[in-house]
Design a protein around this ligand. Structure first.
Ligand code: ADP
Length: 394
């Protein structure tokens, strides 16, 4: 029988979930507003059920309570079948966890030790794992890491120019969004093997945004570094920043580390620049000059990184847009691809507007693709592989 796999993506205030039977999505949804105004929304692709309801304060007080609130819907969908495995998205695997693993007590301890490297994400990922281990004690639990895809990138992209001792203790460029990049590579291998082995840049443009240079399916460099703050500006995160600015905020302005953290993670990026919104749709529809400037900065940084990545790759064969903005914003794609003939890249505006998968002009040497990412599917595949290897959760 096809394995039943639940994929969980546990964040600070939400748990996104997808239930698979084999490779078919049975149910998908999320619990949002944990700790504030909890809400459950889900859609079954099998029984056509939809749930959209507020959860009680009790049901939304923790990840564990929220999973408990979800169980009846899962059970109804499964009709007596067990969940064979739960696959978790985990932001940080550190230096040593370079591939998906089944979760044991020792792995949990290792993941806990990595919390200081990703304090805003890792603790919530672990809370989701704890909750799922309690709710599905017989299921295999797997951890799939956003950092793993990048772990073999070259040393020059792994290090900062800081004293070596810091590198040794783990102050490195990890890179994130690895499950998305892995999915895009697997998709190209299946559908466009001619492009899979070339010089590829993937622009994952969502609320979180990063780019990755990939050669022959292997990460060569990513715009994200030690944390998910670096690189491109994002919905509310600043992206690349002179570290002198942080020193200025701390010393001259006397801000606390928490205030600086809030500023860089939650009040910067598109939101900070525009003063209007973190949402690209809202900015695109706005007439305010600040909205246009925020979009211009976003596009400028993408183009800068694209040029740098093309230099590192020794040219460019394929550019892939993905993530909510990459998949949907005709405007951002048009602006990013403008005047890149020098790079051998010409977009076809009619194809761009039509939402085609390949939006490069026939005359373009480099291909430009729009590929919806699917991190949940990637986690499902990894988890199914671990199930097939006959391991059981400890
Ligand atoms: P996350 O990183 O949270 O997964 P998503 O990948 O869902 O984020 O991307 C969210 C972003 O995608 C938002 O800025 C949203 O405005 C943008 N987006 C979604 N649809 C469109 C659209 N049709 N046009 C422009 N931007 C869009």
């Amino acid at each position: 029988m096809a394995p039943v796999i639940l994929v969980l993506n546990s964040g600070s205030s939400s748990i996104k979930f997808t239930l698979f039977s084999g490779d078919a999505v049975q149910l998908k949804g999320q619990i949002s507003g944990l700790g504030a105004q909890p809400h459950l929304s889900l859609k079954s692709h099998v029984s056509d059920t939809r749930i959209d309801r507020a959860l009680s304060e009790e049901e939304g007080r923790s990840h564990a309570a929220a999973l408990d609130a979800l169980l009846p819907s899962l059970e109804q969908e499964l009709g007596g079948q067990d969940v064979d495995a739960v696959g978790h998205r985990v932001v940080h695997g550190g230096i040593s966890l370079t591939a998906p693993v089944r979760i044991t007590g020792e792995i949990m301890r290792e993941l806990g030790r990595l919390e200081p490297l990703a304090p805003l994400h890792q603790p919530h990922n672990l809370a989701g794992i704890e909750a799922a281990r309690a709710a599905f004690p017989k299921a295999l639990q797997s951890a799939c890491f956003d950092t793993a895809f990048h772990r073999n990138h070259p040393w020059v992209n792994d290090t900062f120019a800081l004293p070596r001792s810091l590198y040794e203790e783990g102050v490195r460029r990890y890179g994130f969004h690895g499950l998305s990049y892995e999915y895009i590579c697997a998709h190209l291998q299946q559908t466009r093997p001619d492009l899979h082995t070339g010089r590829l840049v993937v622009a994952h443009l969502g609320n979180g945004a990063s780019m990755c240079a990939i050669r022959d399916g292997q990460s060569i460099g990513s715009t994200m570094g030690f944390t998910a703050l670096d690189g491109l500006p994002m919905g509310t995160r600043c992206g690349q920043l002179d570290p002198g600015v942080v020193l200025y905020l701390l010393t001259t302005k006397g801000m606390t580390p928490e205030e600086v953290s809030d500023l860089l993670y939650k009040a910067s990026g598109l939101k900070g620049l525009s003063g209007i919104s973190q949402d690209m749709r809202t900015l695109t529809q706005s007439d305010a000059p600040e909205a246009a400037e925020a979009i211009d900065y976003f596009v400028f940084r993408i183009r800068r990184e694209l040029g740098a990545m093309a230099a590192v790759l020794g040219g460019l064969d394929t550019l892939v847009f993905t993530g909510g903005i990459g998949e949907n914003s005709v405007l951002v794609r048009r602006k990013v691809c403008a005047d890149l003939e020098w790079l051998g890249l010409t977009a076809d505006e009619a194809k761009n507007q039509a939402g085609a998968e390949e939006i490069s002009a026939v005359s373009s040497r480099a291909s430009v693709l729009v590929v919806p990412t699917n991190e949940e599917e990637m986690i499902r595949r990894h988890t199914e592989k671990l199930l097939g290897s006959g391991t059981v959760s400890a």
